[in-house]
Design a binder for this molecule. Structure first.
Ligand code: ZN
Length: 175
């Protein structure tokens, strides 16, 4: 694993401050995505994103509980804004309400869950403090579960697409 492009996180309050930003951003993005999918008649994906927003909300609350009694450092909020999967030319965050389809929405979510996981995994690997590493490892594992869940949904989308394409094939006529 490459060293992260930020200073190593050395204290629990620092880790909690970052986690709070990350979870709050995820919750907002998932709510946007859920709304978008609901508008486009994708109630099942909308429900998934509502569920993910709920997880982020729960994580944020549990981070706040852990943070009681600490004063959390202020961090640059742009550190944890979601971004678009690399090389993607189709509309991404700003146009979330227009042209995004199910598959793009799921991939956008997976991409950012992977970023979250990698952030925590990087802290776990590089923090000099064992206590910080252990908590970051726990958080990385939770993010991995989200990555896996989204990967399952994407795999299902792809499988459905294949069935659709097969149906479109002209029947095979022997000569
Ligand atoms: Zn997550």
């Amino acid at each position: 694993m490459n060293a992260p492009d930020h200073e190593p996180i050395v204290s629990i309050p620092e880790l909690l401050a970052h986690a709070l930003e990350l979870e709050t951003e995820s919750r907002e993005r998932y709510r946007d995505l859920a709304q978008c999918m609901a508008l486009h008649n994708n109630p099942d994906v909308a429900a998934l994103f509502e569920q993910m927003a709920g997880y982020s909300e729960l994580h944020a609350r549990s981070v706040e509980v852990r943070a009681q009694g600490y004063s959390l450092p202020a961090i640059a909020p742009w550190d944890f804004k979601w971004n678009c999967p690399e090389g993607r030319e189709t509309p991404c965050l700003d146009d979330v309400h227009y042209l995004m389809n199910r598959r793009q929405a799921l991939e956008l979510a997976r991409h950012n869950e992977i970023r979250g996981r990698d952030f925590y995994a990087g802290v776990a690997a590089f923090s000099p403090e064992p206590e910080v590493s252990a908590l970051a490892r726990e958080m990385a594992d939770e993010e991995q579960e989200h990555v896996d869940l989204l990967a399952q949904w994407i795999a299902r989308e792809l499988a459905q697409l294949e069935v659709l394409l097969e149906d479109l094939d002209p029947p095979h006529i022997p000569e």
